[in-house]
Design a protein around this ligand. Structure first.
Ligand SMILES: [Zn+2]
Length: 66
């Protein structure tokens, strides 16, 4: 159903994956490498969109990595 492709982590470039929290209808995207997380959303699609949006925002700001 969901065709959204997750962008790589904005901090380490690692692969991101979607996790659906089984205690409720919640979803979050997490980086497999550094464990950075998106916010938690009710729908998987919303979590994926938020993750990708934040990724773009970080790149546009060109914030130096610490
Ligand atoms: Zn990462």
């Amino acid at each position: 159903m969901s065709e959204i492709k997750l962008k790589p982590c904005p901090f380490c470039g690692g692969k991101a994956k979607l996790i659906q929290i089984d205690k409720g209808p919640f979803a979050v995207v997490i980086c497999k490498v550094c464990e950075t997380q998106s916010n938690v959303f009710l729908k998987a699609e919303d979590a994926e969109v938020a993750w990708n949006r934040r990724n773009v925002d970080e790149q546009n700001k060109e914030v130096p990595l610490h």
